[in-house]
Design a protein around this ligand. Structure first.
Ligand code: GLN
Length: 541
C-alpha cells in the first residue's frame, strides 16, 4: 500500500489576483525538488462548465491539456513550473460539479433524497479533490481554490475543505494567501485585512495552518509575531511573499522563506537536506543576465489584456533564456495595421508572431502583417489562426486567388483555403466541440520543421474548428509553401513553411501550451534564434 497522498489547500483572502497560482506552483516546485511527486488542481467557483466558452477579455487565455480539456490559465503555470502534464481532473468548475450532480439526480442515483449543497455538492467537490490522490501517482495534491474567501460562490469549496481537514487529519493542511497593504502616509504594512480574512475562514470552521503574506516590502519579525498571535499560527508559518520582478523568482523566494520546510513539518514528514532547485536557479540567473535584447512583434486582437496570450509570452521567456537573450514583446493590435502604416509599425522588430484567435475582427491587419514578414524576410511564426492567415495571404498574393478566405470569416468565399471538416459542420453546441488536445503529427524530410524538432513524429495540442483545405495543397506546394507537418490519420495539414524565406513557419496547433522551464519549446527557441540572427543582420546593415 503506498503512503496516502497529502493534501494542501491554497485559499486567498483580502483581494483577488494575489498570485495563488504562482504560490501553489512554487510550493509544488519546492516539494518536487525534494524528490516528491506533486500535482496541482484548480477549483473555479464560476458556473461555466469550463473556461472554453469564455471571452479572453473575461478570464485571460484558455489553457488546453493533452487530454483536450479547456482549462484555467493557472494550469499553464503548473505545467511550466513542474514540467508534468495536467489533465481534465486538474481543473473543475462549479458548473461541472452541478452538471454531474444533476446528471446523477436524473439517473436516480440519489434514491429519492432531496439533493442539497451539503452533502451532495460538497461530496462531489471532495471526490474531485480526492480522485487525484487516489491512484497513488502523487505524494502531494495541491488544490487551489479560485476567488477570495467571503465570496458567495466559494462557500461550498471552503465547506468541503473544512470537512476534508477533519477527515484527513494530519494528511491535510491549508495555506492562506493574503495581502499586507502598505500605507505610504505612515510608512507601514497593515495586518488588519489579514486578520479579518483569517477570521472569516474561522467563521466557516477552517483554521489556516500557514499564511503567505503578499507585500511590497519585507515583513519584519515584529509584524510576523503580531500576525501569528492574532491568527493562531506559529510565527515561522507566517511567510513573506515580497513582490518579485519575475514569477520565476518566486520558488527561490519561497525556498528562502522555508515554505516547504514548514509544510513538511506540519504534515509530519521528514525534513532532510533541502530542495534541489539548482537547474531552476540557473534558469533564473540567465533570465536576469541576458547577453542581448531583441524586439518581437506579437499581432493579436486581445492585446489589451496580456493574460490572453499568457502561454505565448511565457514561451518567449523560456526561449529567450535558451538563447541567452531578453525578449521584448511589442504588442500590436491587428485592427491598427493597414498597408500605409505597416512599415512604420514593424520597424525595429526582429520577428513577427501572429496569434491565435476567433472571428473576423482584425483579420485583414493580420494578413498585412504576414505579407510584410514574407516579403521582407522577417522571421515569422503563425499560431493557429496565425497559420490560417498565412495560408490566406499566400493564396491571395502568390497564388493569385483573389478573395481567398477562411469560411469562418467569409462563408461564401470563392476560394475556401481554410474550411470546416464535414464532422465540424454538424456541431451544434459551442462548448468542448473543437478539435481539442494532443494529436500526432509527422514531419516531412528536408523541412525546417524537422530541423527544428529533430524528430519525425511529434504530438502537439490543438484548439480550433477550421483546417487547411487539402484541395488547394498541390497549388501551394508548387508555389513554394510546403506542408511540412501532416496528421497521419486523415492527412490534415498541421505545419506550413516557406522554402524561400529564412524562417517562416505556421502551425495549426498551439506549441505555447507545451513550453516549460525545463523544456523550452523548440519552435520558440528556433524562432528566437532566427530573430537574433535577423537583428545582427539589421544592426550591421
Ligand atoms: N478560429 C480558428 C479556428 O477555429 C483558429 C482558432 C485558434 O486560433 N485557436 O479554426
Amino acid at each position: 500500500m503506498p503512503n496516502p497522498a497529502k493534501y494542501i489547500f491554497v485559499t486567498g483572502g483580502v483581494t483577488s489576483s494575489l498570485g495563488k497560482g504562482i504560490i501553489s506552483a512554487s510550493l509544488a516546485k519546492l516539494l518536487q525538488g525534494r524528490g516528491y511527486t506533486v500535482t496541482i488542481q484548480k477549483l473555479d467557483p464560476y458556473i461555466n462548465v469550463d473556461p472554453g466558452t469564455l471571452n479572453p477579455y473575461e478570464h485571460g487565455e484558455c489553457f488546453v491539456t493533452d487530454d483536450g480539456a479547456e482549462t484555467d490559465l493557472d494550469l499553464g503555470h503548473y505545467e511550466r513550473f513542474l514540467n508534468v502534464p495536467t489533465s481534465q481532473a486538474n481543473n473543475v468548475t462549479t458548473g461541472r460539479i452541478y452538471q454531474s450532480v444533476i446528471e446523477k439526480e436524473r439517473r436516480g442515483d440519489f434514491l429519492g433524497k432531496t439533493v442539497q449543497v451539503i452533502p451532495h455538492i460538497t461530496d462531489e467537490i471532495k471526490n474531485r479533490i480526492k480522485l487525484l490522490g487516489k491512484k497513488g501517482e502523487f505524494d502531494f495534491v495541491i488544490t487551489e481554490i479560485g476567488g477570495t474567501v467571503g465570496d458567495i460562490e466559494s462557500l461550498p469549496y471552503i465547506e468541503s475543505i473544512r470537512q476534508l481537514k477533519w477527515e484527513l487529519g494530519k494528511n491535510a493542511l491549508v495555506v492562506h494567501l493574503t495581502l499586507l497593504p502598505y500605507l505610504s502616509t505612515t510608512g507601514e504594512l497593515k495586518t488588519k485585512p489579514t486578520q479579518h480574512s483569517v477570521k472569516m475562514m474561522l467563521e466557516y470552521g477552517v483554521q489556516p495552518d500557514i499564511l503567505v503574506c503578499r507585500s511590497e516590502h519585507p515583513v519584519g519579525s515584529d509584524l510576523r509575531n503580531k500576525i501569528a498571535l492574532f491568527c493562531n499560527v506559529a510565527p515561522n508559518a507566517v511567510i513573506e511573499s515580497v513582490d518579485a520582478k519575475s514569477i520565476y523568482e518566486v520558488p527561490l523566494l519561497m525556498k528562502d522563506e522555508k515554505l516547504d520546510v514548514v509544510v513538511l513539518e506540519k504534515l509530519g514528514l521528514d525534513i532532510k537536506g533541502e530542495s534541489d532547485l539548482s537547474k531552476w536557479s540557473e534558469f533564473v540567473r540567465k533570465l536576469q543576465n541576458p547577453k542581448g535584447k531583441i524586439n518581437i512583434g506579437l499581432v493579436g486582437k486581445y492585446i489589451e489584456l496580456k493574460d490572453s496570450y499568457k502561454s505565448i509570452s511565457e514561451s518567449f521567456i523560456h526561449a529567450g533564456v535558451a538563447n541567452e537573450c531578453s525578449i521584448n514583446i511589442t504588442w500590436i493590435h491587428s485592427e491598427d495595421i493597414d498597408d500605409d502604416n505597416v512599415k512604420e509599425k514593424f520597424a525595429g522588430l526582429s520577428g513577427i508572431v501572429v496569434a491565435p484567435g476567433f472571428g473576423n475582427r482584425g483579420i485583414e491587419g493580420k494578413i498585412i502583417a504576414i505579407q510584410y514578414a514574407r516579403e521582407n524576410n522577417i522571421p515569422f511564426l503563425g499560431i493557429c489562426l496565425g497559420m490560417q492567415c498565412a495560408v490566406i495571404e499566400f493564396a491571395r498574393n502568390v497564388l493569385g486567388l483573389k478573395n481567398a478566405h477562411s469560411t469562418e470569416m467569409n462563408p461564401l468565399t470563392p476560394h475556401p483555403v481554410i474550411d470546416l471538416l464535414e464532422t465540424q459542420k454538424k456541431v451544434v453546441n459551442m462548448g468542448g466541440t473543437m478539435r481539442l488536445g494532443a494529436y500526432p503529427c509527422n514531419l516531412e524530410d528536408n523541412s525546417k520543421a524537422l530541423e527544428i524538432y529533430k524528430s519525425k513524429h511529434i504530438q502537439e495540442r490543438h484548439r480550433h474548428r477550421y483546417e487547411f483545405n487539402n484541395e488547394y495543397l498541390s497549388d501551394f506546394e508548387r508555389h513554394g509553401m510546403m506542408a511540412s507537418g501532416i496528421n497521419p490519420n486523415g492527412g490534415l495539414v498541421e505545419i506550413i513553411e516557406l522554402k524561400n524565406h529564412p524562417w517562416f513557419v505556421g502551425v495549426q496547433f498551439h506549441p505555447e501550451y507545451k513550453s516549460t522551464v525545463d523544456n523550452p519549446h523548440p519552435l520558440f527557441v528556433g524562432f528566437v534564434k532566427a530573430a537574433v540572427k535577423e537583428y545582427a543582420v539589421k544592426s550591421n546593415a
